[in-house]
Design a binder for this molecule. Sequence first.
Ligand code: AMP
Length: 377
Amino acid sequence: MTTVGVLGGGQLARMLALAGAPLGVRFLVVDSLADACASQVAPLLQADWRDFAALEAFAARIDVATFDFENVPAETAQWLTEHTAVYPNPRALALAQDRLAEKTLFREIGLDTPAFAAIDSKADLEHALAEIGYPAVLKTCRLGYDGKGQFRLKTPADLDAAWAALGQAPLIVEAFVPFERELSVIAVRSRDGEFRSYPLTQNWHADGILSMSLAPAPDSAGLAEQANAFARRIAEKLDYVGTFALELFVHEGRLLGNEMAPRVHNSGHWTIEGSPCSQFENHVRAVLGLPLGDTSSLGVNVMFNWIGDLPESAPILAEPRAHWHDYGKEPRAGRKVGHATLCAFTAEEMRERLARVAWALGREIQAEPVLKVLRAG
Ligand code: AMP
């Protein structure tokens, strides 16, 4: 019996375990919280990620370790490599934990990024903003996700408040990009270097958190091919094994790199029902050295994220080819508690059904930009 160990016991670990079960794979998750939601579907080892005695016991019970969270301490990932196989490798994890290193890598492989500068002092910030201009976004280099650790600067009058909010940590300041679209590529690379990617996904955020995704994203400009080539170069450069996401902006028709997530990603949840082999199953296959699965799309797919609390499930459950995912978490403001995926055979069918389902869910306003893309595409 093969066991995959997962550092982190959130919804991503939960969906990895659900995807791996039909392959006969067992899971063991490590989380400091007794009620980590993955523990509802897989055994939990309740421990801190810096508790090396607990990690030793963890390593003894698994065949391979992986992550559901990119901010696992780099030294924990490194220590684990001396006790078990670890995928993705700690170097890839460390790089994706640092926005500066990440953007530097993007530029090395030919992917442009918003203008940015490293910030260590208030004087650095003043100089950088004189160069980059306003609006801009100040971000912590580390431990940021879902829009956390970010401050938008609209005018020089915001500088003091931005510094007061974030001025302790190593920072990066970026030009605020008035992008046309946000896209992501979900890709997977196997232990023997095979690379596959899912069709391009278009994403909409609210308050820095993913709100809705559409896949495949309409693409008349050949952006998918470019995005894939960048994702492949990144994966090869990092000798990456497993599923990852590359988040992109489209600005003046060109791709800009925003960030990469060294794990399965929220914008790839549609692959559970929308692709023959989901991002979760492909991650499990990749880290175990199994053949990768088909990453094509079975039609047109829209994912709704539920933040804070779950609505009534009935409008989704009553809808053909609509799928409900309750992560089993306590409701809390800003927390991802579930998602739903609506699948259709054609864009036309999706337009009609999305309008109806969004209305029934009270999400008409958020669905409107998705409908606009479907109408234009
Ligand atoms: P991040 O955590 O960096 O992915 O930021 C979360 C979201 O904030 C992104 O998906 C964008 O919607 C927005 N955002 C972040 N950085 C920028 C930027 N430089 N320009 C415009 N929007 C941004």
